[in-house]
Design a protein around this ligand. Structure first.
Ligand code: URA
Ligand code: CA
Length: 433
């Protein structure tokens, strides 16, 4: 096969065969075709798209490019949950212990933060002692015993995605629906679960800003999952403002604990219950209202909190943080951000809130950057809230490496205040099956 010919065909809007797709993916991973040819093909895909057959073929070629996780020694329904990435989105730390408390097996491989979005592995690693680099045997053992384990992606899981993602990142070819769908689904398929619940974010803190695009991405991912025999459901949910109030690693662990303890409600709690209910509905509770009640009951009864404790202990973390959050990394200083006017919060530039947290040290500006687990932002307002002059909008948690001036500037311009309250967006726009 000749790469220039494949590029030319895609450039002309024609489809590639399954064999051709498997060939270029494998050749690229082996290093026998150069970046510039793959970059040209990716750009042609951005403009011309891919059929569903091609998208599924790309997904499977990527999934099989490295290790496929074998969860067959775990008994019961194995359900995975994935968010396309957001700000203050800690639903994994709440929905997965709920699902585990109801009897579902959750063998979760999570990623690190990307750009302005947080990552579950980074959040959990803020717990002293927590080990998110489990061997396959230990991972499976903990899931069998506790019902839940969270580990980072093993070195050789979907190497094709690692290579392609890095190339897309620097060639302006990230925002293509077939490329995002195959990137996400190849990792989910390689991770071995029987069923997959997707949380597709839309709004100015999401990779898919536009609602129609988010629905299309959800539809394509559900179609791929179904084509390969995995029960897959997607919720399309709002990321036009941060989901929770905490942005930053140990802050988000603390907020998740507050929700699991029943001490706080709001959008983070509501969405976590909905996602947990979907995890139950694709597995043990096909009756959705029953699934919803089971999820709520697991949260309210404290059983989900207990599962979270068991998971932390099994993975070597200090579970005393659950009763004494002061044992989590603490910031050097806290800086209040006060409102300089009266009015209403009309909305957030969500991406900028995430970026402000990165300036404080909660995320990485470069791949090798070390995180400050204590750094981040506690928001005090949501869209629609009234504010008065001098009232607290947020608290910045800063450390030695924080660029406080840049963070404050970015955060202030990200919180929009107007003289009139505006209509609020729904939390969930729809469900795709
Ligand atoms: N998340 C992924 O895993 N892949 C993408 O392409 C975009 C978001
Ligand atoms: Ca917004």
């Amino acid at each position: 096969m000749l790469m220039p010919e494949l590029i030319a065909r895609k450039k002309a809007g024609l489809a590639l065969s399954d064999e051709e797709i498997a060939w270029w993916v494998n050749s690229y991973v082996k290093g026998v075709i150069p970046d510039y040819q793959v970059a040209a093909l990716l750009m042609a895909i951005c403009f011309r798209g891919m059929s569903s057959r091609e998208t599924t073929a790309l997904t499977m070629a990527m999934a099989h490019s490295g290790d496929m996780v074998d969860l067959s020694t775990i008994e019961g329904f194995k359900v995975d949950k994935h968010s396309t990435g957001g700000v203050a989105d800690t639903t994994t730390l709440i929905a997965t212990p709920i699902a585990a408390a109801c009897g579902v097996k959750v063998a979760k491989m999570s990623g690190r933060g990307l750009g302005h979005t947080g990552g579950t592995v980074d959040k959990l690693e803020s717990i002293p002692g927590f080990d998110a680099a489990l061997s396959p045997e230990r991972f499976v053992g903990i899931v069998n015993r506790v019902g839940l384990a969270v580990t980072g992606q093993s070195g050789n899981l979907v190497p094709a995605d690692k290579a392609l993602y890095a190339l897309r990142d620097v060639t302006a070819t990230v925002d293509s629906i077939p490329l995002i769908a195959s990137s996400v689904m190849s990792k989910k398929i390689a991770a071995g679960a029987d069923a997959i619940v997707l949380d597709v974010k839309t709004g100015d803190g999401a990779f898919m800003r536009d609602l129609q695009d988010a629905f299309e991405l959800a539809r394509v991912m559900v179609e791929i999952g179904s084509a390969v025999g995995k029960r897959t459901v997607a919720l399309v949910t709002d990321m036009d403002q941060p989901l929770g109030m905490a942005v930053g690693n140990s802050l988000e662990v603390q907020e998740a604990l507050e929700v699991l303890k029943g001490k706080t409600g709001g959008a983070l709690r509501d969405l976590s219950i909905l996602l947990a209910a979907e995890m139950l509905a694709v597995s043990m509770y096909p009756d959705r209202p029953k699934a919803r009640r089971a999820a709520e009951d697991a949260l309210i009864s404290g059983r989900a909190l207990e599962r979270f404790r068991m998971m932390i202990e099994a993975q070597g973390g200090n579970s005393a943080i659950m009763d004494d959050p002061e044992l989590l990394p603490q910031p050097k200083k806290k800086i209040l951000v006060l409102s300089n006017r009266d009015g209403f919060v009309t909305g957030f530039d969500t991406e900028a809130v995430g970026r402000a947290a990165v300036y404080l040290g909660a995320g990485r500006a470069a791949k090798e950057d070390e995180l400050d687990y204590a750094a981040g932002i506690m928001l005090n307002k949501r869209a629609g809230d009234r504010v008065i002059h001098g009232e607290m909008l947020a608290v910045m948690h800063a450390g030695d490496r924080s660029d406080v001036a840049e963070a404050e500037h970015t955060l202030r311009s990200a919180i929009h205040i107007g003289s009139e309250a505006v209509m609020q967006r729904p939390l969930v726009f729809g469900r795709v099956t």
